[in-house]
Design a protein around this ligand. Structure first.
Ligand code: G1P
Length: 302
């Protein structure tokens, strides 16, 4: 079997304008809105680091510098907290990025689509395999003992097989047109399992969709995708689509769909964002009890 290079780099595209979250996101990047006590993007970066990623590549734009600042040191704040002996909170801001992890950023000068955003990172990726993690999508961490995060499972399957991995979940028919959809060639795909993809299609009409398995924003991919993206023409919505490049890759390389076991929340829209906060807070050691009592009280009012 050929040598499989481990995945150590993750691209997080953060150049979006966050229009679905206005007015909250007029001056604040949507990626920095908090879910419980951390910005959405910090949850995603922690998910990456837990899976062994050690280089985070932000594809960003002007006006979103606060994201880079969040992952940088803050000398004045750290000095103040140290002086006041606020050790716990000091540790929480100092250790967001552990020393073995590097965060780099690249600019996406024009909003030409997800595929284009990924292509902007090609020089940093070089010949290495890479992950793509969409920061709107919050994937709930595994909570059952003995289970691992879905993204960690995907990275492990890449290490075992060298096949790219695309995270999917079943969505209601009415939502199919909002997603990249997996064509499994008619094969069933059970939760927590992988199976070879036959094709992928971006935002099909429900009646033309090959399945109800939607791409949810976590990918582990070979470097070859970058070569394909260079020649990928605008597709759905007039944008350069990652899904179209992956469909092209499938003509020469194997790609597997991984059906996630956990739950996701779309923090890029208002209701999804609220649900993410509640779901995460119900897992948070300091918040869960108080929130549960509050929710029980609300349920009784009805
Ligand atoms: C992007 C991808 C799509 C995927 C979705 C997941 O679409 O192009 O394939 O299903 O993210 O959130 P967007 O939501 O940026 O339109």
């Amino acid at each position: 079997m050929p040598h499989i290079q481990p995945v150590k780099k993750a691209i997080i595209p953060v150049a979006g304008l966050g229009t679905r979250m206005l007015p909250a996101t007029k001056a604040i990047p949507k990626e920095l809105l908090p879910v419980t006590d951390k910005p959405v993007i910090q949850h995603v970066v922690e998910e990456a680091i837990a899976a062994g990623i050690n280089e985070i590549i932000l594809v960003t734009r002007s006006g979103k510098e606060a994201i880079e600042n969040h992952f940088d040191a803050h000398f004045e704040l750290e000095t103040q907290l140290e002086r006041k002996g606020k050790d716990i909170v000091l540790t929480s801001i100092k250790n967001i990025i552990p020393p073995h992890v590097q965060v780099v950023s690249i600019r996406q000068p024009e909003a030409l689509g997800l595929g284009h955003a990924i292509l902007c990172a090609r020089r940093v990726i070089g010949d290495d395999p890479f992950a793509v993690m969409l920061p709107d999508v919050l994937v709930m961490p595994a909570t059952n003992p003995g289970t691992q995060n879905d993204f960690t499972n995907m990275v492990n399957r890449w290490d075992e097989t060298g096949h790219g991995q695309i995270m999917v979940e079943a969505v209601p028919d009415k939502d199919i047109h909002q997603y990249g959809i997996a064509d499994m060639g008619g094969a069933a795909l059970n939760i927590g399992m992988t199976s070879p993809l036959s094709a992928m299609v971006e935002k099909p009409k429900t009646e033309e969709a090959p399945s109800n398995l939607a791409v949810v924003g976590r990918y582990v991919l070979p470097a070859k995708v970058m070569q394909i993206l260079k020649d990928t023409k605008p597709g759905s919505g007039g944008e350069i689509q990652l899904t179209d490049a992956l469909d092209e890759l499938l003509k020469s390389d194997a790609l597997d769909a991984y059906r996630m076991a956990s739950a996701t929340h779309d923090c890029g829209n208002k209701l999804g964002y609220l649900k993410a906060n509640i779901a995460m807070a119900l897992e948070h050691p300091e918040l869960k009890e108080g929130l549960q009592t509050f929710l029980n009280g609300l349920a009784k009012i009805d």
